[in-house]
Design a protein around this ligand. Structure first.
Ligand code: SAH
Ligand code: DHB
Ligand code: MG
Length: 228
């Protein structure tokens, strides 16, 4: 099996089941023109995020790693008119391109792009939500720098309602995750995430391997507050 075949199948599935998408296409074109890397979710993955948000009737969503806002748009579309998505991004240019893309998609009222390293902006965000007596998050999508995945996951558990879902992208790394001797910080980050998910009695989780236009990778999916 090859990337060429995975791509052909992804294109077939997207052609049949993922609605033609002017907003995401425009966001990708603007991101490309601004020189952002083309590493956002694929159409079939974006649709999966949208379906998961609808499955948990998400009203509050937290995202780590905005890039050009492709996954943000997929997720924000699942929100009701009074919903809210907060997305954390450390690179000013990414945040700027994403804000424009999100506005063009008609989602600016629902989305708050917060600039800064996630571990720096999280304490302030948590305090703000606490002060506002805001509802906890229904869904979290973790897709920023991979070495911090376990830290982001632990923060997310504390900010998510019982029955809420946490999804983590890029946790299989072409299969490298199974190699305990792999020294790559992204791989170590994925392994540490697995350990943290396994150790938390309030978390029920699995990892699904995926192939497609982005190659061989996978995502973790966890439910908070309900053990198996
Ligand atoms: N979720 C996006 C892709 C995100 S790529 C999509 O699927 O469309 C990862 C993003 O995380 C990049 O934009 C990168 O700048 C950002 N990032 C990296 N380290 C970060 C950090 N410490 N805090 C917040 N964002 C970070
Ligand atoms: C990379 C980051 C991602 O979030 C992704 O989905 C694919 C690749 C990267 O940093 O190369
Ligand atoms: Mg990713």
């Amino acid at each position: 099996m090859s990337l060429q075949q995975w791509t052909a199948v992804d294109n077939y599935i997207a052609g049949a089941l993922v609605e033609p998408d002017a907003a995401v296409a425009a966001a990708l074109a603007a991101s490309d023109a601004a020189g952002l890397p083309a590493i956002g979710v694929s159409p079939t993955q974006g649709k999966l995020l949208n379906l998961l948000a609808r499955l948990v009737s998400a009203r509050r969503i937290l995202e780590f790693g905005t890039l050009g806002g492709c996954s943000t748009i997929w997720l924000a579309r699942a929100l009701p008119p009074d919903g809210r998505l907060i997305t954390l991004e450390s690179v000013p240019k990414h945040a700027e391109v994403a804000r424009a893309n999100i506005a063009r998609a008609g989602l600016a009222d629902l989305v708050d792009v917060r600039l800064g390293e996630a571990l720096d902006t999280l304490p302030q965000l948590a305090k703000e939500l606490d002060d506002e007596h805001a509802d906890p998050f229904d869904l979290v999508f973790i897709d920023a720098d991979k070495p911090h995945n376990a830290d982001y996951f632990t923060w997310s558990v504390g900010l998510t309602r019982p029955g809420g879902v946490i999804i983590v992208d890029n946790v299989v790394r072409g299969g490298a995750v199974a190699d305990e001797h792999n020294a790559n910080p992204d791989v170590q980050g994925a392994r540490r995430l697995t350990e943290v998910m396994a150790a938390d009695p309030l978390v029920s989780a699995t990892v699904i391997q995926t192939v497609g236009v982005k190659g061989y990778d996978g995502f973790a999916i966890a439910i908070v507050g309900q053990s198996a």
